[in-house]
Design a protein around this ligand. Structure first.
Ligand code: SF4
Length: 63
């Protein structure tokens, strides 16, 4: 499993990550980002890399 972390202080809730990986990231009714899962399976590593790269605020990290 791969750990997924969000720096909520950097996030501006633009929704890019939620569009790409909606089972992990979502924009809530309050307009703020919600993290729905803190891990993803290893077979989703490339998809997660794309999400990390696409976050314009550099707010997502993996470990
Ligand atoms: S892509 Fe980055 S800035 Fe946009 S909602 Fe996701 S974590 Fe926040």
């Amino acid at each position: 499993m791969i750990d997924v972390s969000i720096d909520f202080a950097r996030c501006d809730a633009n929704g890019t990550c939620a569009a790409l990986m909606p089972d992990v990231f979502a924009i809530g009714d309050n307009g703020l980002l919600e993290q729905l899962a803190t891990t993803v399976t290893d077979d989703r590593s490339e998809d997660l890399d794309e999400v990390v790269l696409c976050c314009p605020m550099g707010a997502i990290s993996r470990s």
